[in-house]
Structures are given as structure tokens and as C-alpha cells.
Design a protein around this ligand. Structure first.
Ligand SMILES: Nc1ncnc2c1ncn2[C@@H]1O[C@H](COP(=O)(O)OP(=O)(O)OP(=O)(O)O)[C@@H](O)[C@H]1O
Ligand SMILES: [Mg+2]
Length: 671
């Protein structure tokens, strides 16, 4: 057999054949008494793996998975991944439902939250509302059947979306303590309440009623109380229940809240700050620009043989008969074709045409922001600050869903000046406390150049200073990153609107800070003059022979001509009066030609858009002329400075009231 040989021609050593290498390896292996026969004998042919199961045996194991079983194994997907979060999530789901139910029924919400220790690491939670109550037949399905609710199938702004929140909380309680969920509900003043104990049959995702009795619940006319016992951890900090409740109060000034948490001697009471309910959000149909192919197939199927044109008009928002005709023409489908006759290709052509047809944006009346005045009122309830402002952006659209972004800022006062800003995120008035880094709201704060607004901001960090920022997204469908509804997805349209809202509020803050600095400087000058005036008075008295006290008094009287200190604000002026809670009027058109009334606002947005497109890096402050400008008339009332010393209340001099400076003319020192 010809084998290749290694030769080393350089050192003249004898060439080493592969046979020799094999022999030496073999002998060395021999010396460690390892059997090398396997190395030399060829590998046996790979054995055919033994069949472990047949299609038939596998089929015998295949069965439907109940949604309750799935979520009891994957409860982290719903926000029940650790005891601290689980306790908060359970309360949050119940409070969200209570607020939704009250608002839907047109009732100003009175919410009560009680959390008591029930043994080592166990808590008893009760959430009570004065909502419409729940009819007896619905109680078991609502609280002990996952994916059951009234909101999923409607395109309408609400806190709940998925039909899973409260039953998931009950499931967690049942899994961790084995205790049933207890519901007490009363639907009218004259009626008895029902007290129902429930358990979920996780295998079948069906409710089991353990007890159902009539009870006298005299203290309420109508409402619902949910009680559950669960394993949890009660702790403080940003993700605490306290923080969640306080933030809920900010975003829902129309609610009154009483809560008692473990170790609290007395319950905490938040009276309502607004006595009007938010405008009722209208339900809308899907917008043609946002529809997905799968949904369109369903719509055509559900139309059961109606004409394509009629189906389009009835199923979509903003699709008139003429728009529907255009869509059919673009898709090359006769408008009278029955939906049952449509082929897959034709539906796809329809889908393409729907995406391209020119059509108005969805009606903005379906989105209900908190409103600038109420955000300020909410911030004032929570923070003892020196300056408050809020901005509500005009409605915009992402994937066919209308949305509105709002930003509120509280500055100074007792806010911590050495820490990073307190960022409070909200979606449909619900505080978001987990996953800040994954949330579009936080990203928008990071992307903003806060140095332009007189705050320090280390590179890639949040702003530092005595600032609290509220960012609220109101939409018919909030694009959460997961079922736990913890963070908002990074849609470009959302991020842009968030940045614009922050920039607008930031400019107002900068304007306030500049004015405050001016006043502080003038105050320093005034103190300096006051210190030297007596000395100057006595010297002048010697020169003029006038009485020293009179001379000094004249100098003091003339002081306002030297220093431009503003008088304390007139409480009757709209600028300093507390804000009157009111909701912004609904704006009915979003895209295309804005309505006449919306034009001035759209103009402001356009100016801001230009700024938004600027590179973020240059840390140059805004042009002084731009920022030093006082807020325009309609915005002025939105920046609120609480009453206090004149230091924190800089105001522009009124026209014609400019004080004379020394250079303006002769001073009448001595009368
Ligand atoms: N306190 C309540 N008063 C009146 N109805 C309620 C109350 N709590 C829940 N409901 C009804 O029960 C349904 C199911 O509530 P659940 O929290 O499970 O889902 P959801 O609120 O629809 O959506 P999400 O899963 O996003 O919270 C609600 O849609 C609502 O119709
Ligand atoms: Mg809910």
C-alpha cells in the first residue's frame, strides 16, 4: 500500500512514515493498557434507530390544551411571574375593571382597595367599586373562565382589552393558596346582593360554583367586590402597590380612592379632583389602512353572501359607497360580486386595494385623552412642586388605530433634585410599572435632548433634576409588548408623537426657568442696592445738607427704577388661578385636510416636527428668542405655577408698565 510520507528535508532527520507514527501511538496506548482494537477495526454500519412511537400511539396522546392549563403553566406571560408582581397585578386587574365598568355605566368611580396579611407570604386582597354590578349568570364566567369578556371584540378605548385579566388573577390565587375567589355583586338599590365563591376547572377552562347565596349589602346601592387570597410579597419602591395607586389617581382625577395596605394604621383617602366623567369613547370599526388579510377573510366570510361593496361599507370605518366602489375597481372585482364567490386571490387583491385607497383617518372621537388641565390637577394632587405644565397632542394614527399622546411635567418644589427624573408611564390611564426599558415611552424620554430645557442629562441617560414626567398614550388598541400589558411597543408613529409632546412641555419648562432665573438675578441686585443705600444716603446728606433719613427714603423709593422686580401675581389673573378641569373637545378628523378649528394646533405640531427631525446630539439650547417667548394665549393657562413667594412666580411686565432704568433719565433723589 502506498502511503504518503512526511519528510523533513531541512534538518536531514530520517523521514517519519505514517506507519511509524501509528506504531508509536499504538505502543503508547498499549502502555496505558487501553484496548485499541476498535481503532483499527472499521466502524460497524450505523444501527437503525428503534421506532419509539407510531402515529397511532402519538395520536392517543394528542388532545386539546385548555387555555387555563396553558396560562397556569405560563403565568409569567400574564404578569404573575414573582410574588411581588403577582400581588400588584391582581390588584391592578381588579381596579382596571372597576374603573372601566364605572365609566361605561356613567358612574363617577368610588374605589376601595384593601390588602391584609393572611399568614406568612400570603395576602388577602379586596377591591370594591360602585359600578353597575354584574348579573348573577355572568359572574362565574367572568371570574373563572379565561378569555371571557366584553371588550376584546370592540374597537373602543378601555383599560381592559383581552378578557383574561381578572380570571388570571383568580387562577393565580387558586394555584398558590387553593382558596376560591369570592365575588359580591349588587345590581340595584332595591335588590339583594349575591355572594359567589368560585374555582376554575383548569382542565376544561370552566367555572365551578362552590357557593352562591343572597346577602344584604346595605352600604352600597350597586357595585362589585372581588376578594381573593394569594401568595405575594408586599414591598415599596417604584413597582409598589402604593406607587401604582398614587399614579392611578393622577391619571384618573375623576375617581375617588380609599386604600388600606398592610401595616397602615389608617386608610389613605384620595378625594376626586374632577367631578365630571371623561367623555365616553366611541366604538369604531376597523380602518381600511390597518386591516390585516386574515381579518378581511373573516369579514368576507361573515358577510354570508352580501355584495362586496355593501360589506366594505358596513365593515369599515370611513368607507363610503364611493370609496368601496373605488376599492372594487382597484381590485378588479365587480362590486356586486357576492362575498361567498370571492377567491383567495380576489380577497388578496381587495386587501391591497384597501391599503392604497385614499380615505380619511378614523374619527378621533373614539380616543379620550386625560386633558391638559386634568393632568396638571393630577400632578398637583401628587407633587408639591413649583411649576406644572401639560400637553395633549392632536390625534394621530398607527396601523389604522387612532391615538393621542399626552405629556405632563412637574418641576421643583419638594421634588428630588439630585436624582434622575421620575418618569410615569400610562396607557389608557393605567400606570405601567414594569419593563420601562422595553417601553416606547421611556425610549422617547431618552431620545429627547433635555439639556435644551435647562436640565442636565448625562449621555444616554434620563434627565437629572427635580422633575416628574407623565407620558400617557390613549388609543383604541394599545400595542403592548406582551399579554401582561407592561410596555408599549416601539411604533415609529407613537415614538414621534411622544417626543413632540415632551418637547412642547419641555419648552414651557425652559421658558419658566429662564424667567425664574431673571427674577433671581434681579433680587440679588435689589439686596445689593439695599445694603448700600443707607451709606449712600448719609454721604448725600452731608453733601446736600438734607436730612439723612429723608435722603435714604427717597433712594429706597426710587429703587424699583433700578431693579425690575415683578409685583406678586394677581390671583384674579387666569395665569395664576387653579386650572378648571375640563376635557378637550373631540376632534373628528385626523388625516388629510384638518378641520378649520384644528388648524392653529396643526401649525404648532408642524413647527415642532421640524425640530424633531433635527439630530438629537447637539446639546445646544433652543434659540433664546424661541424659548423666551411666553406661551401663546391658549397654552398659557396650561402652565401653572402654584401660589407662593414671588421668586417662583416670574411674570412678564404688562405692556406700558416698564420701569425707568437709571439711563432712562434723571432721578429725583431728594424731594
Ligand atoms: N367590577 C366589574 N364590574 C362590572 N363588570 C366587570 C367587572 N370586572 C370585570 N367585569 C366584566 O368582566 C369582563 C372580563 O374581565 P377581565 O378583566 O377578565 O377582561 P377585560 O377587562 O375584558 O380585559 P383584560 O384581560 O385586558 O383585563 C370585562 O370585560 C367586563 O365586562
Ligand atoms: Mg380587565
Amino acid at each position: 500500500m502506498n502511503r504518503p510520507r512526511f519528510t523533513d528535508s531541512n534538518d536531514g532527520q530520517p523521514a517519519l512514515s505514517l506507519d511509524a507514527v501509528a506504531a508509536s501511538v499504538s505502543s503508547s496506548l498499549d502502555s496505558t493498557s487501553v484496548d485499541t482494537s476498535a481503532e483499527t477495526t472499521p466502524d460497524p454500519a450505523p444501527r437503525k434507530p428503534k421506532r419509539r412511537a407510531t402515529a397511532e400511539t402519538l395520536a392517543s396522546q394528542q388532545r386539546e390544551i385548555s387555555v387555563s392549563e396553558f396560562f397556569s403553566k405560563n403565568r409569567h406571560l400574564l404578569g404573575f411571574d414573582n410574588p411581588a408582581k403577582a400581588l400588584l397585578t391582581a390588584i391592578k386587574e381588579a381596579v382596571d375593571n372597576s374603573l372601566d365598568a364605572c365609566e361605561e355605566a356613567g358612574i363617577l368611580p368610588d374605589i376601595r382597595v384593601e390588602v391584609d396579611e393572611a399568614g406568612e407570604g400570603r395576602y388577602r386582597v379586596a377591591v370594591q367599586d360602585n359600578g353597575p354590578g354584574i348579573v348573577r349568570a355572568q359572574v362565574p364566567k367572568i371570574f373563572a373562565k379565561l378569555l371571557y369578556g366584553s371588550k376584546f371584540h370592540h374597537l373602543k378605548q378601555s383599560r381592559g382589552q383581552q378578557g383574561i385579566g381578572i380570571s388570571a388573577a383568580g387562577l393565580y390565587a387558586q394555584q398558590t393558596t387553593g382558596k376560591p375567589v369570592v365575588i359580591i355583586s349588587k345590581t340595584d338599590r332595591g335588590r339583594m346582593a349575591r355572594r359567589i365563591e368560585l374555582r376554575i376547572d383548569t382542565r376544561r377552562n370552566k367555572p365551578e360554583v362552590l357557593s352562591d347565596v343572597e346577602v344584604d349589602w346595605e352600604e352600597v346601592n350597586h357595585g362589585t367586590r372581588v376578594e381573593m387570597e394569594l401568595v405575594g410579597t408586599y414591598r415599596g419602591g417604584r413597582t409598589s402597590i402604593d406607587s401604582y395607586l398614587e399614579q392611578t389617581v393622577i391619571a384618573n382625577p375623576h375617581m375617588s380612592l380609599v386604600y388600606k395596605l398592610p401595616k397602615m394604621a389608617e386608610p389613605i383617602v384620595f378625594e376626586r379632583a374632577a367631578h365630571e366623567l371623561p367623555r365616553e369613547p366611541l366604538e369604531i370599526k376597523p380602518h381600511p389602512h390597518g386591516v390585516e388579510l386574515g381579518l378581511l377573510i373573516h369579514m368576507m366570510h361573515d358577510a354570508r353572501g352580501q355584495s362586496v361593496k355593501k360589506t366594505l361599507v358596513e365593515s369599515f370605518s370611513r368607507v363610503s359607497a364611493s370609496v368601496a366602489q373605488q376599492v372594487c375597481d382597484m381590485a378588479g372585482i365587480p362590486s356586486k360580486t357576492k362575498t361567498t364567490r370571492l377567491t383567495g386571490d380576489q380577497i388578496e387583491a381587495l386587501h391591497n386595494a384597501l391599503g392604497k385607497v385614499r380615505v380619511m383617518s378614523p374619527p378621533a372621537s373614539c380616543v379620550v385623552p386625560i386633558g391638559e388641565d386634568l393632568i396638571i390637577a393630577g400632578l398637583q394632587r401628587r407633587f408639591d412642586a413649583e411649576f406644572f405644565t401639560a400637553v395633549t397632542r392632536p390625534p394621530a394614527v398607527y396601523r389604522g388605530n387612532p391615538f393621542v399622546v399626552e405629556c405632563g411635567i412637574a418641576y421643583g418644589g419638594k421634588l428630588d433634585k439630585d436624582n434622575t427624573a421620575d418618569i410615569m408611564r400610562f396607557a389608557n390611564r393605567v400606570p405601567l410599572q414594569y419593563q420601562p426599558k422595553a417601553c416606547a415611552t421611556t425610549e422617547a424620554v431618552y431620545q429627547t435632548n433635555w439639556k435644551a430645557y435647562q436640565l442636565s442629562q448625562p449621555k444616554g441617560s434620563l434627565p437629572i433634576g427635580p422633575v416628574a414626567v407623565v407620558l400617557h398614550l390613549a388609543s383604541v388598541w394599545v400595542p403592548f409588548t406582551s399579554e401582561a400589558k407592561e410596555a408599549v411597543a416601539h411604533y415609529d408613529e407613537l415614538l414621534k408623537e411622544m417626543r413632540l409632546a415632551i418637547q412642547e412641555a419641555g419648552r414651557r419648562l425652559a421658558s419658566h426657568l429662564r424667567a425664574r432665573n431673571r427674577v433671581e438675578n434681579e433680587l440679588k441686585r435689589k439686596t445689593l442696592f439695599e445694603r448700600y443705600i443707607p451709606e449712600l444716603g448719609s454721604s448725600l446728606s452731608k453733601i446736600t445738607g438734607k436730612e439723612a433719613q429723608k435722603v435714604t427714603q427717597s433712594l429706597l423709593d426710587a429703587l424699583p427704577n433700578f431693579v425690575n422686580i415683578e409685583p406678586p401675581p394677581d390671583p384674579d389673573e387666569p395665569d395664576s388661578s387653579p386650572p378648571t378641569p375640563s376635557m378637550p373637545p373631540p376632534n373628528d378628523v385626523l388625516e388629510g385636510e384638518p378641520p378649520e378649528s384644528a388648524r392653529p394646533k396643526a401649525k404648532t405640531a408642524a413647527a415642532s416636527s421640524e425640530q424633531d427631525d433635527e439630530p438629537d446630539e447637539p446639546d445646544e439650547p433652543d434659540e433664546p428668542e424661541e424659548v423666551a417667548e411666553p406661551p401663546k394665549a391658549p397654552e398659557k393657562s396650561k402652565a401653572v405655577e402654584p401660589e407662593g413667594d414671588s421668586k417662583s412666580k416670574p411674570r412678564k411686565a404688562k405692556a406700558g408698565s416698564r420701569k425707568r432704568r437709571p439711563s432712562d433719565g434723571q432721578l429725583d433723589l431728594v424731594k
